[in-house]
Design a protein around this ligand. Sequence first.
Ligand SMILES: [Zn+2]
Ligand SMILES: [Zn+2]
Length: 156
Amino acid sequence: MKVTPMAKLTDAQRQERALNRARKAALEAEERDRRREEQRRRSREETRLSQEELQAGVLCPGCGEPINDQLGNWPPPAQMSEEEQRQRDEADARYRERHDQCDSPVRWSTAGSRAEHCLYCCPPPPLNPQAARALLQLISAHEEAQNRGSAAGSHT
Ligand SMILES: [Zn+2]
Ligand SMILES: [Zn+2]
């Protein structure tokens, strides 16, 4: 085997090696980025629940409440029994405790369920177009209720 001593490298050869090293480093960095992005994508998909899991009553990975507790929507406040009002207040207190620092502008819940979730902590539920419309209605209804609440509060 013929060994070429390092000292005999020409400037051109040295430059080429340096270039190859730089190219290799760039490729490796690209590959690292790609892998990191892939991991991020996968973790997003894993926290997002499938429609089947939703039906099976799994708990929200964000807050631990059921995504759909099957309890049915709350009746309108005027029609709530004392017991239901008490439960509503408890649920509200639980939500506030869990999401004390979140500052989420709205809460969301799935149709037919009383469990409330945060926009920030809780991964969004899987949506079919119907469910998406229902969710948007819920959000706007909740915003309206909140606006009414603050209007009533300032009206002293
Ligand atoms: Zn939260
Ligand atoms: Zn949640």
